[in-house]
Design a binder for this molecule. Structure first.
Ligand code: SF4
Length: 397
């Protein structure tokens, strides 16, 4: 197949998924969270016109942004629904006890005994409800159900590292701004929007020497935070292209990777042998001896194939220089994780729509086992695994 055809097929696929995402996007319900109850109307819509209202010392936008940062860090592991429930229940419990961790982040540490007791208590109650079903679905033992990131049993390490580190960022920013005699009502928001683009911001959230979360946050979580901030909750004050719908990369998690692998998207970017060489496909290392797809290893890998198309390279240059702001000069080769931005350029869709679509398809049809619901899948006519079942049975994410 020639390159232009591959590009066309991939573009049609992504637009279709993004279209589905826009119709089926799920906004995490925060109106049941104690600190945010009054931020939403009766229908559950965020009162955007009130984002600048002061809540304590900060604006509502600032408080929500603090929450989203913690939420992005925690949003990983084998049971995302359980993780989200844990965050919600712990936050509610702490706020009921006047430990207002997003308004006064230091309270989380001042009352560390209560903070970890609440995490342990809520984790145990969620485990009771969800462990059996989780074990059945994952052919595992319910005792192994563990929502602490890295599946540790040490609650103090989990609490201080995964909850505490992102809570420290706004606190440190507040102190630093005060040192320079700047009283700000949105220290975290100001910091986030001070970067050239949302993509640079999501990298700096991890890598910045002073404020970076380091290993407490992964690349995917940095991009998820950008998606929440710009697309899902529409918190961005800036309205330039570099903080718009194509200004950050796709949060590349196993769900997205599985759909993009099975549908053939990744094969139109590079060969199976390339993915094996890059350790994206790890032979026999998946559950049951299947080949494991480790999508995070795609980062930084190049598509020599698509780099040969002049027209595609022109769009890629625009994306890198004007939207992501990751390059000053024309790039010579295409990095695979930036292909979705390039293909969605000049369409009505953004990375948030695409990610919503991948979540919808991955959680409702394209399950991580041998029998996804292909016959009912809304993108079956675009998917090569629909007629090539070994792409489903041989590989796992
Ligand atoms: S047709 Fe099947 S393999 Fe393809 S995306 Fe849909 S569920 Fe997944």
């Amino acid at each position: 197949m020639n390159i232009e055809k591959k590009i066309e097929i991939n573009r049609d696929l992504l637009v279709q998924i993004a279209k589905i995402g826009r119709k089926n996007s799920v906004i995490p319900s925060l109106q049941n969270l104690f600190p945010f109850e009054h931020y939403f109307d009766e229908k559950g819509n965020l009162k955007r016109e009130e984002l600048d209202k002061i809540d304590g010392l900060w604006t509502r936008r600032e408080i929500l942004t603090r929450y989203l940062l913690v939420s992005s860090v925690l949003d990983q592991g084998p049971d995302l629904e359980g993780v989200r429930q844990l965050l919600k229940e712990v936050v509610n419990s702490l706020y009921e006890k006047e430990i207002r961790i997003f308004h006064k982040p230091l309270d989380f540490f001042k009352e560390i005994g209560i903070s970890i007791d609440e995490i342990i208590r809520k984790h145990a109650s969620i485990k009771k409800i969800r462990a059996e079903d989780w074990a059945k679905e994952n052919k595992s033992n319910p005792n192994k159900y563990n929502l602490f990131t890295d599946r540790t049993n040490q609650v103090l390490g989990y609490a201080v590292y995964r909850w505490g580190t992102p809570l420290c960022v706004p606190y440190l920013l507040e102190k630093d701004f005060q040192k320079n005699r700047n009283e700000l009502i949105e220290p975290l928001v100001e910091y986030i929007e001070s970067w050239d683009s949302a993509e640079i911001m999501s990298q700096q959230i991890k890598d910045n020497e002073r404020y970076g979360l380091g290993k407490a946050i992964g690349d995917k979580a940095g991009h998820l935070f950008a998606k929440f901030y710009i697309h899902t909750f529409g918190l961005a004050k800036r309205n330039d292209e570099s903080f718009g719908p194509l200004s950050y990369e796709l949060p590349f998690d196993s769900n997205a990777g599985r759909v993009l692998f099975r549908t053939g998207f990744l094969f139109n970017c590079a060969e199976l042998s390339d993915y094996e060489k890059w350790d994206v496909i790890q032979k026999g290392r998946g559950k049951g001896g299947k080949d494991y797809i480790r999508v995070t290893n795609i980062r930084g890998r190049k598509s020599n194939e698509l780099s040969k198309s002049l027209e595609f390279m022109n769009s890629y240059e625009t994306i890198c220089i004007e939207y992501l702001k990751v390059r000053k000069r024309k790039p010579s080769t295409v990095e695979i994780q930036r292909i979705p931005n390039t293909l969605l350029l000049d369409t009505q869709y953004g990375i948030g729509d695409l990610d919503d679509g991948l979540i919808y398809i991955g959680t409702n049809y394209c399950y991580n086992h041998d029998k996804p619901k292909c016959k009912e899948c809304p993108i079956k006519s675009f998917c090569i695994a629909y007629n090539k079942k070994d792409l489903i049975s041989r590989f796992r994410t």
